[in-house]
Design a protein around this ligand. Structure first.
Ligand code: SF4
Length: 438
């Protein structure tokens, strides 16, 4: 029997794409295996957001060179699209190279592989299709990913996404709503709407709903208790989105709004299309909302031309916004991106110093912020039991991780349930507490 092994690198979009690829393969009669050595088809769904991510893939591929087994090796996702047919030269034992914009063609590409073709590619970015399939095989039984828009029309100077995922194309609102209703009927209560830039969602059907309207409608589907979305772009982020969060209880009061830098000069060089002031205006909308909205962000340090003064503007932004979470990275050059032409590079050591300072500064803010939850009761969507700590783990609507005890311990069988938890302690990255059991 044909079997496949699929390993996924990178973001939630890739994880969800893999869920669809798995569904497509199972539908074609393949059996999934966790052992790459025994699979007849080995696939890597790849990420090229940073150089390190790309290297990981080629290191993995090297292993197959040594095996010399009769296996079909395939590279999917962003490195596939970025490197294309060059992968066949670099790794001659690879037979399939498919970018995410070509996943709708996967069944016919697999036919070519099954007929013995050993140089099969799907690399066109010229598409208005989104990868909608009823064959999605989701791992998590309680929380479902759902892509509403693919690709990106922005052109941030450091980013590979427009070259690896193609132009923006939104999924028809009716298709999104139908899938949410099916998920609710299947017992899902939490939905994560995905897109490189969900805010620029625009329903292609005559209905023409924008993101805020779609969000409201998804949040009112019966049975759905939590709706999250990522990733937002400050230029397309509207007050309407905050109003929707204020009005529709199922919409989670958490927004991930990547700023990338606190300096308008650096933001311009990054081609982010907003200034520090415009960004802070969006933050103001959140801070003045009726519900308490938690805010997280992404920041790149050491972008070409970033001076110490620019960097200190980023540090000051942390104090002004008081983020509930920060993902921060050192700038790394990426193929095809506009920033490749930029000079004035920041030395690696200096990038490292800035990253450390930023994370240290954010740490003090997190300690202070999280301490404010002690004594509060939070509703937690329970995910799993952590045997190592003897605690249950779940998330609040603000996307805070809560580790909590339950009188019945591991026997409580509360996966996927919503519980009230009294917060008794707080740390940097999470809260701790006790389940309130009547
Ligand atoms: S908005 Fe910018 S950073 Fe985000 S995916 Fe698009 S080009 Fe990349």
């Amino acid at each position: 029997m044909k079997s496949f092994y699929l390993e996924t690198f990178g973001c939630q979009m890739n994880v969800h794409d893999s869920e669809k690829v798995i569904g497509t393969l199972l539908e074609r009669g393949y059996r999934q295996t966790e052992d790459a050595g025994e699979a007849s088809l080995v696939l890597y769904n790849t990420c090229s957001i940073r150089d390190k991510a790309e290297q990981k893939v080629f290191n993995k591929l090297q292993q197959h060179k040594r095996h010399g087994k009769e296996q079909v090796i395939g590279v999917l996702g962003c490195v596939a699209q970025q490197e294309g047919e060059k992968i066949f030269e670099r790794a001659p034992y690879v037979s399939l190279v498919v970018g995410s914009a070509s996943y709708t063609k996967l069944p016919e590409l697999l036919v070519q592989i099954e007929q013995g073709n050993r140089r099969v590619t799907g690399l066109s970015l010229d598409t208005d299709e989104t990868f909608d399939t009823p064959l999605t095989r989701r791992d998590n039984p309680y929380r479902a990913f759902l892509t509403i828009i693919e690709g990106c029309d922005k052109n941030c100077a450091y980013c590979v996404v427009p070259f690896t995922r193609g132009p923006e194309r939104s999924r028809a609102a009716q298709g999104v709503l139908d899938e949410v209703k099916q998920l609710a009927a299947a017992g899902y209560t939490e939905i994560m709407l995905l897109g490189q830039n969900v805010n620029s969602y625009l329903d292609p059907s005559p209905r023409g709903w924008n993101f805020a309207r779609l969000l409201r409608e998804v949040g009112q589907v019966e049975g759905i208790r939590r709706v999250r979305f990522t990733t937002s772009h400050p230029r397309d982020f509207t007050k309407e989105i905050i109003d929707a969060i204020d009005d529709v209880p199922a919409l989670c009061n958490h927004v991930h709004l990547p700023v990338q830098s606190g300096s308008s000069k650096v933001l311009e060089a990054m081609q982010r299309q907003y200034t520090r002031e415009q960004y802070l205006e969006r933050i103001g909308w959140m801070k003045n909302a009726r519900r308490k909205i938690s805010i997280t962000t992404d920041i790149i340090v050491g972008f070409p031309g970033e001076t110490e003064a620019d960097f200190q503007e980023t540090v000051r932004l942390l104090d002004e916004v008081e983020y509930d979470g920060l993902f921060s990275f050192k700038y790394s050059q990426r193929p095809n991106t506009p920033a490749l032409r930029f000079d004035d590079h920041v030395p690696e050591e200096e990038k490292g110093r800035r990253l450390l300072q930023l994370l240290e500064h954010q740490r003090t803010i997190l300690v202070r912020n999280n301490a404010g939850y002690v004594g509060e009761t939070e509703q937690v969507h329970t995910e799993h039991f952590n045997a190592a700590t003897g605690q249950w783990v779940g998330k609040t609507t603000q996307h805070k991780t809560v580790n909590f005890t339950h009188p019945q311990g591991p026997e409580a069988a509360i996966e996927g349930r919503y519980l009230d938890v009294l917060v008794t302690r707080s740390g940097v990255a999470s809260l701790a507490g006790e389940a309130i059991v009547m």
